[in-house]
Design a protein around this ligand. Structure first.
Ligand code: OSB
Ligand code: MG
Length: 367
């Protein structure tokens, strides 16, 4: 397999509803799409870096810089037997996992199309539907939060995740439990706390949460281990897990009981498979995170989440919660039982609407 050309699209789409985390509020999302061409076929990927370096140190502009200046020259015109060989070929570039993942995932799509298989099958997926949950941002009021949760539960989502930050934490959880009882519920702090907050976070213990995601700093492992000894809620790491090696260390240190996998954060599908397998061998359940992807990144996530150790519902929800219209048609939708079908066509198996991409594009580059 040889990639003959790489195209980049810097895109911006308005969000259907603002999304607020402990970093702040966004009304739209800026991201980079990657199109690879080879053997008369095309593959698509989405780099999930945001316009600002708050969730991750990468941004849309660093993705652009790293792909155009460093990744493209290592990929274009080179022969690869299998997409698992892309990641090792990019090893001399340190970090920049989202840039690497955007290209690697586009090549997985191209590869799966070239052998006429759904991406899920090429990745080693074992199911044809995935369990879906929603991530609900910080709202203007608790009433607004409860209203949103009611709507998502009525749509069938299997679990609710709410974002927390100091001042929007124990009371939010208390109110959600009071109104909705024993629903599957988890929280995500996006690194908004320190170990000094351990006693406060222990107040979540009675609420029987599935997990607390990334309570402490993005580059921290050891304080999470200390925190886990002081609270009952299982700690799940997101931001901290950039590599399979950090995951191995975090598991050994008992810094988490659960891991969230986002292919962008770890460098693509191959690294995600390795992380998934490490967690399976270590008895650590995983679930698929989300980065407010367009239908292109979302389709990739669905295929990856079909692997067997994705045993908790993911942050992979219907397109219409994010973008209307999405860049794919038909959009991703959920069934009444809160599951999403894994597309069965070749590659990511979704129809990309080129004129919607063109309309969302701020800048384009052909390499
Ligand atoms: O921490 O999981 C996160 C979105 C952007 C950046 C970080 C995160 C999120 C989400 C949204 O929680 C998940 C989704 O619905 O795509
Ligand atoms: Mg998170």
């Amino acid at each position: 397999m040889t990639v003959e050309k790489i195209e980049l699209f810097l895109c911006r789409l308005p969000l259907v509803h603002f999304f607020e985390t402990s970093f702040g509020r966004s009304y739209d999302r800026t991201f980079v799409l990657i199109r690879v061409v080879g053997g008369g076929q095309e593959g698509w990927g989405e780099a999930v870096a945001e316009a600002n370096p708050y969730y991750s140190s990468e941004t849309t502009e660093t993705v652009w810089h790293i792909i155009s200046g460093f990744i493209a020259p290592l990929v274009i015109g080179k022969r690869f037997d299998h997409p698992r060989d892309i990641s090792p070929a990019l090893k001399r570039i340190r970090g920049h996992n989202m840039a690497k993942a955007g290209v690697e995932m586009a090549i997985w799509d191209l590869y799966a199309k070239s052998i006429g298989q759904p991406l899920s099958k090429a990745l080693g997926g074992t199911r044809d539907r995935i369990a879906s949950g929603v991530s609900i941002g910080i709202q203007d009021s608790f009433d607004q939060l409860l209203e949103k949760i009611e709507k998502e539960l009525a749509a069938g989502y299997q679990r609710i995740k709410i974002k927390i930050k100091p001042g929007w934490d124990i009371e939010a959880v208390e109110r959600v439990r009071a109104k909705f009882g024993k629903i599957g519920l988890q929280v995500d702090a996006n690194a908004a706390y320190t170990l000094d907050d351990a006693d406060l976070l222990a107040k979540l213990d009675p609420y029987d949460l599935l997990l607390i995601e990334q309570p402490l700093d993005y580059d921290d492992v050891m304080d999470h281990a200390t925190l886990q000894r002081r609270i009952k809620t299982p700690v799940c790491l997101d931001e901290s897990i950039h590599t399979v090696r950090i995951a191995r260390d975090a598991i050994a240190a008992k810094a988490c009981k659960i891991i969230n996998i986002k292919p962008g954060r770890v460098g693509g599908h191959q690294a995600s498979i390795e992380l998934h397998d490490l967690c399976a061998a270590s008895g650590i359940p995983v679930w698929h995170g989300g980065m407010l992807e367009s239908g292109i990144g979302r389709a990739h996530n669905i295929h990856l989440a079909s692997l067997p150790n994705f045993s908790l519902p993911g942050d992979i929800a219907a397109s219409k919660r994010y973008y209307q219209p999405d860049l794919i048609d038909p959009p991703i939708d959920i069934a009444k039982d809160g599951t999403i079908a894994v597309p069965q066509g070749p590659g990511i198996g979704v129809n990309i609407v080129r004129d919607r991409i063109d309309k969302a594009t701020l800048r384009q580059l052909s390499l």
